[in-house]
Design a protein around this ligand. Structure first.
Ligand SMILES: [Zn+2]
Length: 480
């Protein structure tokens, strides 16, 4: 038994990320990794933390983020660290910062990553830039189909990619995988990708699959054609011979409420023959760029930013339209380019998806948004405080498994997501009696309550409600 450690957390309620029952004990960290777990009375730590009454578990893995630029421009990663997240999965919805070089404002939704940050012709150079930025959290990366498409086809995106363009995108996928990407993402819902036929994605998925990657998808349609879109993604998974991750699973639009029971049954049935996974955010509203042709899918639309009318942030589209004597649609065009929150889901559906044993948690937060959806700051504490403690939707150990062990296994994060000796010491200590999100739609930039301590790669990055100076995160490359 070792008798010296860098950090010892004492008398905590240990939830190991595997879903088994909690147990009381100590945990010691040395050289970035978990050294020992159990009754460690004979071990002394350079730093000691009393974990009495607190849950100690693996750091949360935010499986669905748009943090690609944040990792470079705001490496403190405060929205994530403050809620216990220690690793983010970036490059979702077909939107990745690399590989693309452009000085222009890229077509929406690529502009969610900002307008001056597309500077990386090679995926590997982007990963190096992330390492050089020394972010507080770890990150893994998908390569985005919309980014590839814009790079290969420019603004002529209303058609299928030609054979030459597809080959160019496939070569980029191959290079990204070689550099350490964990797979391919698409956002077939979005205008730059809508004209891409299934075969175009299959061609790219085959390349990612051959390299051991996975396929994460924002479906072509999460409303009227939800089931057809799930079927398309499953086809891409089978033909590309790679796992499918259904991003932010939901049914949008009032007439589609309840449909998630059928789409989840479809995914369950497919699981017998192919690898599938899914994630969800714990809110009945979504957020993305303002799409004038799509506003009718929502009951209410709140503007989060507008280049044309900066004062519109935080206002409802319908109120703005009335003030200007315009239709909602005309107003949405007037506000471009812009971002919005769409109140478009059913709370019962959100809970149905959250209860599904495959459902991982992903914030889908948009950190560049000046008035972001509250999921950016509140997702993980909201699951633990609201859905687990208040609504008893699932046991705490199960919620932690879906935030840690399950995503680590799904995304191939070696030696992470579980509290076992030898694993990287990505840790969260939180108070199960008080943990809760404080960010709201009206006041979205708020840290959460109850997160006592967060460590990344063995270094404490958050303690007593504030960030420390440590910046131990890194770009994790796909394990070969
Ligand atoms: Zn998405």
């Amino acid at each position: 038994m070792p008798d010296k450690a860098d950090l010892v957390i004492r008398s905590a309620t240990i939830v190991d990320g595997g879903g088994g029952p909690a147990m009381r004990g100590d945990l010691a960290v040395a050289e970035g990794r978990i050294q020992a777990i159990g009754a460690l009375g004979d071990v002394t730590g350079e730093r000691e933390i009393d974990g009495t009454g607190q849950v100690l578990c693996p750091g949360f893995i935010d499986v669905h983020t748009h943090d690609d630029r944040e990792l470079l421009s705001a490496p403190a990663m405060t929205p994530k660290v403050s809620q216990g997240v220690t690793t983010v999965v970036a490059g979702n919805c077909g939107v990745s910062l690399a590989p693309l070089v452009t000085d222009e404002r890229p077509v929406p939704p690529l502009d969610l990553l900002g307008v001056e940050w597309f500077r990386f012709a090679e995926f590997g150079r982007y990963l190096e830039a992330v390492d050089a930025a020394r972010p507080v959290t770890n990150a893994v990366f998908l390569v985005g189909h919309q980014t590839l498409r814009y790079g290969a086809m420019g603004r002529d995106l209303d058609c299928a990619a030609s054979a030459g363009e597809t080959a160019a995108m496939a070569a980029q996928v191959e290079a990204a995988m070689r550099a350490g990407a964990i797979g391919l993402s698409t956002g077939l819902f979005y205008p730059p990708a809508q004209a891409a036929p299934t075969e175009e994605i299959v061609a790219l998925a085959k390349v990612a699959g051959a390299a051991g990657g996975l396929y994460a998808t924002h479906l072509r349609d999460e409303g009227d054609a939800l089931e057809e879109s799930v079927a398309e993604a499953l086809t891409i998974g089978r033909e590309g011979a790679l796992p499918v991750v259904f991003s932010h699973h939901k049914a949008t639009g009032r007439k589609n409420f309840g449909k998630v029971r059928r789409s989840l049954a479809q995914i369950d049935a497919a699981a017998a023959g192919q690898k599938v996974a899914l994630d969800v955010y714990p809110y009945a509203a979504g957020s993305t760029v303002l799409l004038p042709q799509r506003i009718d899918m929502a009951e209410k639309v709140m503007i989060t930013w507008s280049e044309a009318m900066p004062d519109a942030g935080g206002r409802y589209l319908h109120d703005l339209a009335a003030e200007h004597g315009l239709s909602d649609q005309e107003m949405a065009v007037r506000l471009q380019p812009a971002g919005a929150i769409y109140f478009m889901m059913n709370e019962a559906d959100v809970q149905t998806v959250l209860r599904h044993p495959m459902a991982m948690i992903g914030s889908d937060g948009i950190p560049t948004d000046p008035r972001p959806h509250p999921r950016l700051w509140g997702t993980f504490p909201r699951v633990l405080g609201h859905y687990v403690r208040e609504l008893n939707l699932m046991p705490l150990e199960e919620a932690v498994r879906r935030m840690t062990g399950l995503p680590a296994e799904t995304f191939g994060l070696r030696d992470r997501g579980r509290l076992v000796p030898g694993a990287w010491a990505d840790l969260v200590l939180f108070d199960p009696a008080t943990v809760i999100d404080r960010a709201s739609f009206d006041n979205p930039i708020q840290t959460s309550a109850g997160i006592g301590m967060v460590a990344v790669n063995g270094e404490v990055v958050w303690a007593d409600g504030a960030a420390t100076d440590a910046r131990p995160g890194r770009a994790l490359r796909r394990a070969a």
